[in-house]
Design a protein around this ligand. Structure first.
Ligand code: GLY
Length: 371
Protein backbone atom coordinates (compact mmCIF):
# COMPACT_ATOMS: atom_id res chain seq x y z
CA UNK A 1 0.00 0.00 0.00
CA UNK A 2 1.35 3.36 -0.93
CA UNK A 3 2.03 6.02 1.61
CA UNK A 4 -0.34 8.99 1.53
CA UNK A 5 0.86 12.43 2.51
CA UNK A 6 -1.81 14.93 3.47
CA UNK A 7 -0.86 18.50 4.30
CA UNK A 8 -2.36 20.81 6.88
CA UNK A 9 -1.96 24.20 5.22
CA UNK A 10 -1.51 26.64 8.09
CA UNK A 11 0.63 29.54 6.92
CA UNK A 12 4.10 29.26 8.43
CA UNK A 13 3.10 26.20 10.49
CA UNK A 14 2.12 23.76 7.77
CA UNK A 15 2.73 20.10 8.47
CA UNK A 16 2.23 16.70 6.94
CA UNK A 17 0.05 13.84 8.11
CA UNK A 18 1.43 10.57 6.75
CA UNK A 19 -1.03 7.69 6.47
CA UNK A 20 0.40 4.26 5.75
CA UNK A 21 2.07 1.20 7.19
CA UNK A 22 5.43 0.65 8.90
CA UNK A 23 5.52 4.28 9.98
CA UNK A 24 6.38 3.35 13.58
CA UNK A 25 9.24 1.05 12.68
CA UNK A 26 10.36 3.61 10.09
CA UNK A 27 9.85 6.69 12.25
CA UNK A 28 13.55 7.43 12.80
CA UNK A 29 14.30 8.56 9.26
CA UNK A 30 11.21 10.79 9.18
CA UNK A 31 11.69 12.30 12.61
CA UNK A 32 15.47 12.84 12.53
CA UNK A 33 15.42 15.61 9.86
CA UNK A 34 13.01 17.61 12.04
CA UNK A 35 15.31 17.58 15.08
CA UNK A 36 17.90 20.24 15.83
CA UNK A 37 19.83 17.76 18.00
CA UNK A 38 19.45 13.97 18.08
CA UNK A 39 17.18 13.93 21.11
CA UNK A 40 13.41 13.37 21.34
CA UNK A 41 11.64 12.16 24.49
CA UNK A 42 8.78 9.77 23.77
CA UNK A 43 5.62 10.04 25.88
CA UNK A 44 3.47 6.90 25.84
CA UNK A 45 1.28 4.91 28.17
CA UNK A 46 2.11 1.49 29.57
CA UNK A 47 -0.04 -0.34 27.02
CA UNK A 48 1.55 1.31 23.99
CA UNK A 49 5.00 1.00 25.55
CA UNK A 50 4.50 -2.77 25.88
CA UNK A 51 3.04 -3.25 22.41
CA UNK A 52 4.98 -0.83 20.24
CA UNK A 53 7.55 1.00 22.37
CA UNK A 54 10.45 -1.16 21.32
CA UNK A 55 9.71 -0.79 17.58
CA UNK A 56 9.69 3.00 17.86
CA UNK A 57 12.77 3.09 20.09
CA UNK A 58 14.74 0.84 17.73
CA UNK A 59 13.88 2.99 14.73
CA UNK A 60 14.78 6.25 16.47
CA UNK A 61 18.02 4.81 17.82
CA UNK A 62 18.95 3.47 14.41
CA UNK A 63 18.62 7.05 13.17
CA UNK A 64 20.92 8.13 16.00
CA UNK A 65 18.20 9.73 18.11
CA UNK A 66 18.41 9.53 21.89
CA UNK A 67 14.75 8.87 22.83
CA UNK A 68 14.19 8.58 26.58
CA UNK A 69 10.80 7.06 27.33
CA UNK A 70 8.30 8.74 29.62
CA UNK A 71 5.73 6.07 30.39
CA UNK A 72 2.47 7.14 32.02
CA UNK A 73 -0.39 5.05 33.39
CA UNK A 74 -3.14 4.27 30.86
CA UNK A 75 -6.50 5.99 31.07
CA UNK A 76 -8.19 9.37 31.13
CA UNK A 77 -7.03 10.03 34.73
CA UNK A 78 -3.62 10.96 33.32
CA UNK A 79 -5.18 14.10 31.83
CA UNK A 80 -5.18 15.86 35.20
CA UNK A 81 -3.26 18.80 36.65
CA UNK A 82 -1.18 16.27 38.60
CA UNK A 83 -0.47 14.23 35.48
CA UNK A 84 0.47 17.36 33.57
CA UNK A 85 2.73 18.61 36.37
CA UNK A 86 4.51 15.28 36.55
CA UNK A 87 5.00 15.09 32.80
CA UNK A 88 6.34 18.66 32.62
CA UNK A 89 8.71 17.89 35.48
CA UNK A 90 10.00 14.78 33.75
CA UNK A 91 10.54 16.67 30.51
CA UNK A 92 12.43 19.41 32.36
CA UNK A 93 14.47 16.82 34.28
CA UNK A 94 15.54 15.37 30.93
CA UNK A 95 16.83 18.82 29.99
CA UNK A 96 14.34 19.51 27.21
CA UNK A 97 15.26 22.70 25.38
CA UNK A 98 13.09 25.16 23.47
CA UNK A 99 14.31 23.82 20.12
CA UNK A 100 13.66 20.14 20.95
CA UNK A 101 10.67 18.15 19.78
CA UNK A 102 8.83 15.66 21.93
CA UNK A 103 6.98 12.66 20.57
CA UNK A 104 3.40 11.85 21.67
CA UNK A 105 2.99 8.15 20.96
CA UNK A 106 -0.49 6.83 21.76
CA UNK A 107 -4.19 7.50 21.67
CA UNK A 108 -6.17 10.60 22.45
CA UNK A 109 -5.12 10.80 26.11
CA UNK A 110 -1.40 10.82 25.39
CA UNK A 111 -1.84 13.12 22.39
CA UNK A 112 -3.84 15.63 24.43
CA UNK A 113 -1.63 15.49 27.51
CA UNK A 114 1.77 15.44 25.80
CA UNK A 115 0.55 18.03 23.29
CA UNK A 116 -0.47 20.36 26.11
CA UNK A 117 2.79 19.77 27.99
CA UNK A 118 4.63 20.62 24.76
CA UNK A 119 2.57 23.81 24.46
CA UNK A 120 3.69 25.09 27.86
CA UNK A 121 7.12 23.60 28.70
CA UNK A 122 9.71 26.34 28.12
CA UNK A 123 6.75 28.33 26.69
CA UNK A 124 6.37 25.85 23.91
CA UNK A 125 8.34 23.06 22.27
CA UNK A 126 7.30 21.23 19.13
CA UNK A 127 5.45 17.95 19.25
CA UNK A 128 5.34 15.08 16.78
CA UNK A 129 2.16 13.03 17.04
CA UNK A 130 2.28 9.29 16.40
CA UNK A 131 -1.35 8.23 17.02
CA UNK A 132 -2.02 4.57 17.78
CA UNK A 133 -5.83 4.49 17.86
CA UNK A 134 -8.27 4.97 15.00
CA UNK A 135 -9.89 7.83 16.90
CA UNK A 136 -6.57 9.61 17.33
CA UNK A 137 -5.55 8.98 13.71
CA UNK A 138 -8.71 10.42 12.19
CA UNK A 139 -9.36 13.16 14.71
CA UNK A 140 -7.41 14.09 17.81
CA UNK A 141 -3.82 13.96 16.53
CA UNK A 142 -4.59 16.40 13.71
CA UNK A 143 -5.53 20.01 14.26
CA UNK A 144 -3.63 21.03 17.38
CA UNK A 145 -6.27 20.71 20.10
CA UNK A 146 -4.55 19.75 23.35
CA UNK A 147 -6.03 19.62 26.83
CA UNK A 148 -6.34 18.16 30.28
CA UNK A 149 -9.57 17.65 32.20
CA UNK A 150 -10.85 19.78 35.07
CA UNK A 151 -12.98 18.39 37.89
CA UNK A 152 -15.65 20.60 36.23
CA UNK A 153 -15.45 18.84 32.87
CA UNK A 154 -13.40 17.21 30.18
CA UNK A 155 -10.83 19.08 28.09
CA UNK A 156 -11.60 22.40 29.78
CA UNK A 157 -7.96 23.44 30.19
CA UNK A 158 -5.76 23.38 27.14
CA UNK A 159 -4.22 25.14 24.20
CA UNK A 160 -4.07 25.03 20.44
CA UNK A 161 -0.63 23.66 19.63
CA UNK A 162 -0.19 22.28 16.14
CA UNK A 163 2.14 19.28 15.72
CA UNK A 164 5.17 19.37 13.41
CA UNK A 165 4.36 15.99 11.89
CA UNK A 166 1.74 13.28 12.31
CA UNK A 167 2.55 9.63 11.53
CA UNK A 168 -0.64 7.56 11.30
CA UNK A 169 0.55 3.95 11.11
CA UNK A 170 -2.40 1.78 10.11
CA UNK A 171 -0.54 -1.38 11.10
CA UNK A 172 -0.67 -0.56 14.82
CA UNK A 173 -4.49 -0.58 14.71
CA UNK A 174 -4.31 -4.39 14.60
CA UNK A 175 -3.62 -4.42 18.35
CA UNK A 176 -6.62 -2.22 19.20
CA UNK A 177 -9.46 -3.84 21.14
CA UNK A 178 -12.61 -4.08 19.02
CA UNK A 179 -14.43 -1.61 21.27
CA UNK A 180 -11.73 1.03 20.71
CA UNK A 181 -11.89 0.42 16.98
CA UNK A 182 -15.65 1.01 16.98
CA UNK A 183 -15.10 4.22 18.94
CA UNK A 184 -12.75 5.50 16.25
CA UNK A 185 -15.17 4.39 13.57
CA UNK A 186 -17.85 6.64 15.08
CA UNK A 187 -15.58 9.58 14.26
CA UNK A 188 -15.02 8.19 10.75
CA UNK A 189 -18.78 8.09 10.17
CA UNK A 190 -19.02 11.60 11.58
CA UNK A 191 -17.00 13.02 8.67
CA UNK A 192 -19.43 11.58 6.15
CA UNK A 193 -22.45 12.74 8.11
CA UNK A 194 -21.16 16.26 8.52
CA UNK A 195 -19.84 17.05 5.09
CA UNK A 196 -19.49 14.25 2.56
CA UNK A 197 -22.61 12.28 1.64
CA UNK A 198 -20.69 10.22 -0.94
CA UNK A 199 -18.18 9.17 1.72
CA UNK A 200 -21.05 8.24 4.04
CA UNK A 201 -22.63 6.11 1.30
CA UNK A 202 -19.22 4.50 0.69
CA UNK A 203 -18.99 3.70 4.41
CA UNK A 204 -22.47 2.16 4.35
CA UNK A 205 -21.13 -0.25 1.73
CA UNK A 206 -17.56 -0.68 2.98
CA UNK A 207 -17.70 0.03 6.72
CA UNK A 208 -17.43 -3.62 7.70
CA UNK A 209 -14.21 -3.88 5.67
CA UNK A 210 -12.85 -0.78 7.38
CA UNK A 211 -13.68 -2.28 10.77
CA UNK A 212 -12.02 -5.54 9.70
CA UNK A 213 -8.91 -3.45 8.95
CA UNK A 214 -8.83 -4.47 5.30
CA UNK A 215 -5.83 -2.68 3.89
CA UNK A 216 -7.20 -0.54 1.06
CA UNK A 217 -10.60 0.40 2.59
CA UNK A 218 -8.93 1.30 5.89
CA UNK A 219 -6.35 3.49 4.16
CA UNK A 220 -9.05 5.14 2.04
CA UNK A 221 -11.22 5.86 5.08
CA UNK A 222 -8.46 7.25 7.30
CA UNK A 223 -7.07 9.34 4.46
CA UNK A 224 -10.48 10.84 3.64
CA UNK A 225 -11.06 11.78 7.28
CA UNK A 226 -7.61 13.35 7.62
CA UNK A 227 -8.11 15.20 4.34
CA UNK A 228 -11.41 16.64 5.55
CA UNK A 229 -10.01 17.54 8.94
CA UNK A 230 -6.92 19.18 7.41
CA UNK A 231 -9.08 21.27 5.13
CA UNK A 232 -11.38 22.39 7.96
CA UNK A 233 -8.49 23.16 10.34
CA UNK A 234 -6.63 25.15 7.68
CA UNK A 235 -9.75 27.26 7.19
CA UNK A 236 -10.72 27.68 10.85
CA UNK A 237 -7.90 26.71 13.20
CA UNK A 238 -9.45 28.15 16.39
CA UNK A 239 -13.02 27.03 15.84
CA UNK A 240 -14.51 30.42 15.11
CA UNK A 241 -16.86 28.82 12.58
CA UNK A 242 -16.66 25.73 10.43
CA UNK A 243 -14.42 23.69 12.73
CA UNK A 244 -17.36 23.44 15.12
CA UNK A 245 -18.94 21.02 12.61
CA UNK A 246 -16.40 18.46 13.85
CA UNK A 247 -18.42 18.47 17.06
CA UNK A 248 -21.38 16.78 15.37
CA UNK A 249 -22.93 14.45 17.93
CA UNK A 250 -20.87 15.94 20.73
CA UNK A 251 -23.55 17.97 22.56
CA UNK A 252 -25.88 15.00 22.98
CA UNK A 253 -22.90 12.70 23.43
CA UNK A 254 -21.29 14.92 26.04
CA UNK A 255 -24.46 14.90 28.14
CA UNK A 256 -24.61 11.09 28.07
CA UNK A 257 -20.90 10.87 28.87
CA UNK A 258 -21.26 13.28 31.78
CA UNK A 259 -24.25 11.42 33.23
CA UNK A 260 -22.39 8.10 32.99
CA UNK A 261 -19.35 9.59 34.72
CA UNK A 262 -16.97 9.83 31.71
CA UNK A 263 -15.93 6.24 32.30
CA UNK A 264 -16.08 2.76 30.86
CA UNK A 265 -19.91 2.68 30.71
CA UNK A 266 -19.84 4.97 27.70
CA UNK A 267 -16.59 5.75 25.94
CA UNK A 268 -16.17 8.99 24.03
CA UNK A 269 -16.49 7.41 20.59
CA UNK A 270 -19.61 5.53 21.68
CA UNK A 271 -21.06 8.81 22.93
CA UNK A 272 -20.28 10.39 19.56
CA UNK A 273 -22.10 7.55 17.77
CA UNK A 274 -25.13 7.89 20.03
CA UNK A 275 -24.94 11.69 19.79
CA UNK A 276 -24.85 11.63 15.97
CA UNK A 277 -27.90 9.39 15.86
CA UNK A 278 -29.68 11.77 18.26
CA UNK A 279 -28.55 14.89 16.37
CA UNK A 280 -30.06 13.52 13.16
CA UNK A 281 -33.28 12.43 14.89
CA UNK A 282 -33.51 15.89 16.51
CA UNK A 283 -32.91 17.51 13.09
CA UNK A 284 -35.66 15.33 11.60
CA UNK A 285 -38.01 16.23 14.48
CA UNK A 286 -37.43 19.92 13.69
CA UNK A 287 -38.19 19.30 10.02
CA UNK A 288 -34.61 20.07 8.98
CA UNK A 289 -33.86 16.70 7.39
CA UNK A 290 -35.76 13.64 6.27
CA UNK A 291 -36.54 10.86 8.72
CA UNK A 292 -34.89 8.55 6.19
CA UNK A 293 -31.56 10.35 6.75
CA UNK A 294 -31.85 9.80 10.50
CA UNK A 295 -32.65 6.13 9.83
CA UNK A 296 -29.55 5.71 7.65
CA UNK A 297 -27.38 7.35 10.31
CA UNK A 298 -28.82 5.13 13.02
CA UNK A 299 -28.28 2.00 10.89
CA UNK A 300 -24.67 2.90 10.09
CA UNK A 301 -23.85 3.62 13.75
CA UNK A 302 -25.59 0.44 14.93
CA UNK A 303 -23.81 -1.66 12.29
CA UNK A 304 -20.53 -0.80 14.01
CA UNK A 305 -21.90 -2.12 17.31
CA UNK A 306 -22.24 1.38 18.72
CA UNK A 307 -25.21 2.53 20.81
CA UNK A 308 -27.84 4.66 19.09
CA UNK A 309 -30.45 4.84 21.87
CA UNK A 310 -30.23 6.01 25.47
CA UNK A 311 -31.89 2.80 26.62
CA UNK A 312 -28.73 0.92 25.51
CA UNK A 313 -26.62 3.07 27.82
CA UNK A 314 -28.69 3.88 30.89
CA UNK A 315 -30.34 1.29 33.15
CA UNK A 316 -32.57 4.04 34.54
CA UNK A 317 -33.20 6.80 31.97
CA UNK A 318 -31.92 10.26 32.97
CA UNK A 319 -34.36 13.14 33.25
CA UNK A 320 -34.67 15.62 30.40
CA UNK A 321 -33.58 18.37 32.81
CA UNK A 322 -30.44 16.51 33.82
CA UNK A 323 -29.53 16.03 30.17
CA UNK A 324 -30.17 19.68 29.31
CA UNK A 325 -28.17 20.78 32.36
CA UNK A 326 -25.25 18.59 31.25
CA UNK A 327 -25.50 20.03 27.73
CA UNK A 328 -25.09 23.51 29.23
CA UNK A 329 -21.58 22.48 30.37
CA UNK A 330 -20.58 21.84 26.77
CA UNK A 331 -17.78 24.11 25.53
CA UNK A 332 -19.97 25.30 22.65
CA UNK A 333 -22.58 26.82 25.00
CA UNK A 334 -22.54 30.62 24.65
CA UNK A 335 -24.25 33.14 26.92
CA UNK A 336 -26.18 30.27 28.50
CA UNK A 337 -27.52 29.30 25.06
CA UNK A 338 -27.19 25.80 23.71
CA UNK A 339 -25.37 25.21 20.44
CA UNK A 340 -25.90 22.06 18.44
CA UNK A 341 -24.54 20.76 15.20
CA UNK A 342 -27.68 19.87 13.29
CA UNK A 343 -28.15 18.66 9.73
CA UNK A 344 -30.24 19.44 6.67
CA UNK A 345 -29.35 16.00 5.36
CA UNK A 346 -26.44 13.60 5.31
CA UNK A 347 -23.31 15.61 4.57
CA UNK A 348 -25.11 18.88 5.31
CA UNK A 349 -24.36 19.73 8.94
CA UNK A 350 -24.54 23.28 10.22
CA UNK A 351 -24.02 25.12 13.50
CA UNK A 352 -27.35 25.88 15.21
CA UNK A 353 -26.92 28.48 17.96
CA UNK A 354 -29.49 29.39 20.56
CA UNK A 355 -31.48 26.17 20.29
CA UNK A 356 -34.68 26.62 22.30
CA UNK A 357 -35.13 24.36 25.32
CA UNK A 358 -38.81 23.50 24.71
CA UNK A 359 -38.42 21.54 21.46
CA UNK A 360 -35.27 20.01 22.89
CA UNK A 361 -37.12 18.85 26.00
CA UNK A 362 -39.93 17.44 23.87
CA UNK A 363 -37.40 15.60 21.74
CA UNK A 364 -35.59 14.17 24.78
CA UNK A 365 -38.89 12.86 26.14
CA UNK A 366 -39.51 11.06 22.83
CA UNK A 367 -35.99 9.64 23.24
CA UNK A 368 -37.02 8.06 26.53
CA UNK A 369 -35.79 10.69 29.01
CA UNK A 370 -37.78 10.97 32.23
CA UNK A 371 -40.01 14.11 32.52
N1 GLY B 1 -12.13 17.01 17.66
C1 GLY B 1 -12.66 18.17 17.08
C2 GLY B 1 -11.66 19.12 16.60
O1 GLY B 1 -10.48 18.80 16.53
O2 GLY B 1 -11.99 20.22 16.29
Amino acid sequence: MSLRTLGVALAGREYDVLVGRNLVCGAGSRVRPLLRRPFAPVVMDETVADLHGEALRASLQEAGVDCPAIVIPPGEQAKSFEGLAELCDRLLALGVERSDRIIAFGGGVVGDLAGFAAAIVKRGVDVIQIPTTLLAQVDSSVGGKTAIDSPRGKNLIGAFHQPRLVLADLGVLATLPRRELACGYAEVLKYGMLGDAAFFAWLEANGSEVLALAEAPLADAVSRCVEMKAEIVAEDEREGGRRALLNLGHTFGHAAEALTGFGETLKHGEAVGLGCAQAFRFSASLGLCQGADADRVEAAVAAAGLPTRMSQVFGEPPSADALIEAMGQDKKAEGGELTFILARGIGKAFVARGVARDPLRTFLLTEGARP
